[in-house]
Design a protein around this ligand. Sequence first.
Ligand code: TXA
Ligand code: MG
Length: 313
Amino acid sequence: MNQIEEAVQILKSDGVVGMPTETVYGLAASIESPVGIELIFKTKERPFFDPLIVHVSSLEQAKRYAKNWNSLCDLLTQTFWPGPLTIVVPKNDDLNPMITSGLDSVGLRMPEHPQALEIISKLGHPVAAPSANKFKKTSPTKKEHVQLEFPGLHVVEGGPCRIGIESTVVGVFNHEIKIYRPGMITKKQIENALKLNDFEVPVSMSESPVAPGQLKHHYMPKLPVILMYDLYDIKLADTSHIPQEVMQNPNVLTLNSEPYMCARELYDKLRECDQDASCILIPLESAWSELDEWAGILNRLEKAASFLTKKKS
Ligand code: TXA
Ligand code: MG
């Protein structure tokens, strides 16, 4: 049996598996298995109020679990699927409410990774898959990351993730789109797709109260993360609000200045820096916060961070 057939067998027997996607590795269970779905929450130590994304391998599957699929859904999925965009739409009544934490909406995504698509189509049902990390911790972008966190789990090898941070999550309404979680599919890209197709629909950034990617602390390594804006010499930083022992022996994480490369390497670098030091210090340029391509990366870093520093005044 190859690794995909084995994964499908486990999913059919109410188990969970590690599944590569182009964003991050997921911890997948069949949406038709209540036992498997519950096992996701238990394995991740994730609270039940945090809804899961349903991953599909065809448009028919997505439409089957949505209610009121509208022309905006058509446009977004035609433009960005398969790929790192999750659409949140009203859900079909027969979808297991544990997946959606009792909400009347569901997050749907068609991943671009060939192994993910093969697993879902061989299973014959979508899979629910949060990122394959313990709740609030850093998401995995390599098979080894998942194996270290969940020893004994069957993880399908899919190589390092091409995108590197989680999908853009958007709420799709009749006359507007709300970005609940920014990602590497940007607000501008979504606006351009709308414009090209003559849709006059506003797109806004809107931290959803129900999307726990929104919890203040998330994506956190073990060591405290310190974001250092616009200065590369720690001696110039105002660290008076940071405990001395935290500053004693920092690991400096230098980000790639090209955002797509930066996103791809980000979580791997965070893991590498998460040892033999007192903190992870990350120099950033405040100019990046004006640029759409950085929105997802900065969102994750700010949620991972314990402290911010600026130049001494
Ligand atoms: O890239 C990704 O999206 C990865 C890979 C594995 O596909 N998955 C992922 O899942 O990041 P997770 O569970 O770690 O994050 C899902 C986010 C959460 O913030 C969740 O609240 C939001 O999507 N979400 C899911 N369903 C939702 C809903 N019905 N309404 C609002 N937000 C929802
Ligand atoms: Mg996650």
